[in-house]
Design a protein around this ligand. Structure first.
Ligand SMILES: *Cc1c(COP(=O)(O)O)cnc(C)c1O
Length: 387
């Protein structure tokens, strides 16, 4: 293992953790220094929200610290049911089942529903947890190129041999920030008698006129059979996952989904804060409006400065640099300038497509965005990215 670890290091792929000594928010403390955070999934700026912290404390006072059980033995409180209702209400779906994380929701969604008689048709850029979930299931597997509808149609034609078919996609792909073409996917699903599953992790709270996710964006609320999502990104950033959709599917998952049956219930603090969070989002769309405004402002200013930014439909802005070393040098220099971002290169993104991924948040104030843009311009000029 030491040998292999050395090889990982030599290849420049060794991951180290940057230790934050403050709450997660727009401005964080790292190694005794204040830096601006532009690489959290804190899309609505709720990670450090006072109202959620209070709700979590209240829930602990009223319902204790832990559940010490899986759901079906004695791990379900009234609050868990209330949170599931709030999620169904938010997405316009029939029923919801909670998991410890979306990794578990995706890991436990395929195996109970599909057998070797069925087909799973998956976007090539889907999240690791979908890939793992598919691996745990005996269904026949098809893979189509990212958001490529002609390729998807070919897969659907081949999959007519199977009993049931399901198309699986991320709502927003995390490296480019593009949204899945769900309108066309649903059209093809109808034409070829398939179901649809969307992972809303990066799209919930972000896409659509009021942030209700990809089904709002395409006017398909309640029309997609299965949505999975996380409470760990836009929805407060703590932990927890869910699957929401058709009631028969959710019912079946409660009977047979292994991460649900054999893993502990979410703790009261997380559940109580989750309920409060959906209450806040029902009361007002202001956070989502601010996020959209911030993304627009950031993109416009960065493009005006001369940066090459991928078109995005989300809060993810890929600043394209193409060269792997440049992406690392630039991220390091930005950190010296007090801006926390991450550079990505092959194999995380295709060869020659290195980039810095910037994640904008409703927690960013105009002044944070301006400081970030100024740092990009300064470093961009130093490294010859900008003229
Ligand atoms: C983050 C993410 C997950 C995992 O969510 P957790 O709740 O952190 O386990 C799953 N799918 C996608 C697309 C994600 O971005």
């Amino acid at each position: 293992m030491q040998h292999e670890l050395d090889e990982i290091r030599a290849a420049g792929l060794y991951k180290t953790e940057r230790v934050i000594c403050s709450p997660q928010r727009a401005e964080i403390e790292v190694a005794g220094r204040k830096v601006l955070n532009f690489c959290a999934n804190n899309y609505l700026g709720l990670s450090d929200n006072k109202r959620l912290v209070e709700a979590a404390k209240r829930a602990m006072d009223e319902r204790g610290y832990g559940m010490s059980s899986v759901r079906f033995i004695c791990g379900c409180q009234d609050m868990h049911k209330e949170l599931e209702k709030a999620i169904s209400n938010y997405f316009g779906t029939e029923d919801t089942i909670l998991y410890a994380a979306c990794f578990d929701a995706n890991g436990g969604v395929f195996e109970p529903l599909f057998t070797e008689q069925d087909a799973i048709i998956s976007d090539a850029l889907n999240h690791a947890s979908i890939i793992d979930g598919v691996r745990l299931c005996k269904a026949v597997r098809y893979r189509y190129a990212n958001a490529d509808m002609a390729d998807l149609e070919e897969c659907l034609k081949k999959a007519q041999a199977q009993r049931f078919r399901i198309i699986c996609t991320d709502g927003v792909f995390s490296m480019d920030g593009n949204a899945a073409p769900l309108d066309k996917i649903v059209e093809l699903a109808e034409k070829y008698d398939a179901m649809v599953m969307v992972d809303e992790c990066h799209s919930a709270g972000v896409l659509g006129k009021t942030g209700r996710g990809i089904t709002e964006l395409y006017d398909l609320r309640g029309k997609v059979e299965i949505l999975t999502g996380t409470l760990g990104k836009a929805f407060g950033g703590a932990v927890g996952g869910f699957t929401t959709g058709k009631k028969e599917i959710i019912d079946m998952l409660r009977q047979r989904s292994r991460p649900y049956l054999f893993s502990n219930s979410l703790p009261p603090a997380v559940v109580g804060a989750g309920i409060e969070m959906f209450k806040m989002l029902e009361e007002s769309d202001a956070l989502h409006d601010k996020l959209v405004e911030n993304v627009e402002y950031f993109r416009t200013k960065m493009m005006a400065a001369g940066f090459d930014i991928k078109p995005t439909q989300s809060a993810i802005c890929a600043v394209m640099l193409y060269d792997a070393k440049l992406s690392q040098d630039m991220a390091a220099k930005l950190q010296e300038e007090g801006v926390f971002v991450t550079g990505f290169y092959y194999p995380v993104v295709p060869k020659g497509q290195a980039r810095i991924r910037v994640q904008v948040s409703a927690g960013h104030e105009r002044e944070h965005l301006d400081r970030c843009i100024a740092a990009f311009v300064k470093v961009g000029k130093e490294l010859g990215v900008l003229k």
